[in-house]
Ligand binder design. Structure first.
Ligand code: 13P
Ligand code: SF4
Length: 353
C-alpha cells in the first residue's frame, strides 16, 4: 500500500457560496458587525484571500489583513478576548492553539483547505514512521493533529529560510502537504526533501500555456506567482513568494502591469500597495473552466458578512473553534518554534538593513 496521498484522484466536498447581499443588506451587516465587535471585545483577523468587503471591514475596525503567519502573530498578541478569524479552519485552529484563553470564532467551521484535507493524520503519521531519520516540517495549512506529529510548522513566507537552516544542520526533511511548495523549497535550497503529495486546488489550476499566451499579449508585464503553483508556472515568474511577499514585489518591481498567479482576493491589498499599476489575473483552466478552477478559493469565499454577524451574535457549536488539550500541547511546540524562528529572521533582516 502506498503511504502517499494522490492529489490527482482526490475528491473534495464542494462548499456552498454565500448568497450575494443587496446594497442595503451589506450596509446592515457592516454596521451590525461593527457594533458586535465592540460589544464582544472582539477583533477581525482576515486573510488576504477573503472578499474585499471583509478586508475593508477589518481595516475599518482596527483588525488585521495578512498572510497566515502574520494572522497567527497578530491574534496571539492582540488584547481582544475574542478573535473573529475570517479565513479557513486551520487558521482558526492555529489561533486557538496559540491563544487558548481567547474565544476563537469563525464565520463557518466548514471552510476547509484542500491541503489540510489531503493530509489525514493517520496516513501522514504512518508516512513519518516509515522515515524516522527525517525531520518533519509541515505547512501551516494542516490540522492540529498533523501539526502535533511535526517537528516544525512553517508558512510560505519563511519556508525557504527554514529549510536552508535545517539543511545547514545536516537534517533530511519530510515536507507536507504541498508538493509544489515542497518542490520549490527543495530547488531553492538543494536540501534532501521528501514530499507528501498534497495540492492546493486553486494554485494547481494555473496553466503555463495560457500564461505564456497572456505574457505575449502583455509583453511589459511582470509575472507574480505563489509557490503553491506548479513548477512550470513558477518557472515563468519574475517574482515568487508568499502572499505578503507578492504584495511587496508588486510595489518594488518597476513594471506597470502585473500578472498575478494567486487567489484574486489579494488584489484588494495589492492594488492599495500600488494604485497606479494594472493588475491582471493569471489564467486558470481557460475555456471550459468550472467554478472549481477559478482563481478564488471556494472555502475562503464562504466568509460572508452575514455569517460573520451570526458568529459574533450567537457563537456556539457552529462557529467556535475548540482544540483538544493534548493535541494543542503537541501542536504548540512546532508552532512556537516557527514563531521564534520567524522572529530571529526579522531581527537579522533588521540588523542587515
Ligand atoms: P500564505 O501563508 O501566503 O498566507 O498562504 C496561505 C494559503 O492558504 C495560500 O494558499
Ligand atoms: Fe488551501 Fe489553496 Fe484555499 Fe489556500 S487557496 S486555503 S492552500 S485551498
Amino acid at each position: 500500500m502506498s503511504l502517499m496521498f494522490d492529489p490527482e484522484t482526490a475528491i473534495y466536498p464542494f462548499p456552498v457560496k454565500p448568497v450575494p447581499l443587496s446594497v442595503d443588506e451589506t450596509q446592515f451587516y457592516r454596521e451590525k458587525i461593527k457594533r458586535l465587535l465592540k460589544a464582544r471585545n472582539a477583533v477581525l483577523v482576515a486573510h488576504y484571500y477573503t472578499d474585499p468587503e471583509i478586508q475593508a471591514l477589518a481595516e475599518e475596525t482596527g483588525g488585521c489583513i495578512s498572510d497566515s503567519l502574520e494572522m497567527a502573530r497578530f491574534g496571539a498578541h492582540h488584547s481582544a478576548s475574542t478573535l473573529l478569524v475570517a479565513g479557513v479552519r486551520f487558521m482558526g485552529e492555529t489561533a486557538k492553539i496559540l491563544s487558548p484563553e481567547k474565544t476563537i470564532l469563525m464565520p463557518t467551521l466548514d471552510a476547509e483547505c484542500s491541503l489540510d484535507l489531503g493530509c489525514p493524520e493517520e496516513a501522514f503519521s504512518a508516512f513519518c514512521d516509515a522515515h524516522p531519520d527525517r525531520t518533519v516540517v509541515v505547512y501551516a495549512n494542516t490540522s492540529a493533529a498533523v501539526k502535533a506529529r511535526a517537528d516544525w510548522v512553517v508558512t510560505s513566507s519563511i519556508a525557504v529560510e527554514l529549510i536552508e537552516h535545517l539543511d545547514s544542520l545536516g537534517e533530511k526533511i519530510i515536507w507536507a502537504p504541498d508538493r509544489h511548495l515542497g518542490n520549490y523549497v527543495q530547488k531553492q535550497t538543494g536540501a534532501d526533501v521528501l514530499c507528501w503529495q498534497g495540492a492546493c486546488i486553486v494554485h494547481d489550476e494555473f496553466k503555463t500555456q495560457a500564461l505564456t499566451r497572456m505574457k505575449a499579449l502583455w509583453p511589459d508585464a511582470a509575472v507574480l506567482v505563489h509557490p503553491e503553483s506548479p513548477q512550470a508556472v513558477v518557472d515563468l515568474a519574475d517574482a515568487v513568494g508568499s502572499t505578503s511577499q507578492l504584495i511587496a514585489a508588486a510595489k518594488t518591481l518597476p513594471h506597470q502591469q502585473l500578472i498575478v498567479a494567486t487567489d484574486r482576493g489579494i488584489f484588494y491589498k495589492m492594488q492599495q500597495a500600488c494604485p497606479e499599476k494594472t493588475l491582471l489575473e493569471a489564467p486558470t483552466a481557460g475555456e471550459g473552466a468550472t467554478c472549481r478552477s477559478c482563481a478564488h478559493c471556494p472555502w475562503m469565499a464562504m466568509n460572508g458578512l452575514k455569517a460573520i454577524a451570526e458568529a459574533l451574535e450567537h457563537g456556539g457549536a457552529a462557529h467556535e473553534i475548540h482544540v483538544d488539550a493534548a493535541l494543542r500541547e503537541g501542536a504548540l511546540r512546532p508552532l512556537n518554534r516557527m514563531l521564534d524562528f520567524a522572529a530571529t529572521l526579522r531581527l537579522s533582516t533588521k540588523g542587515n538593513a
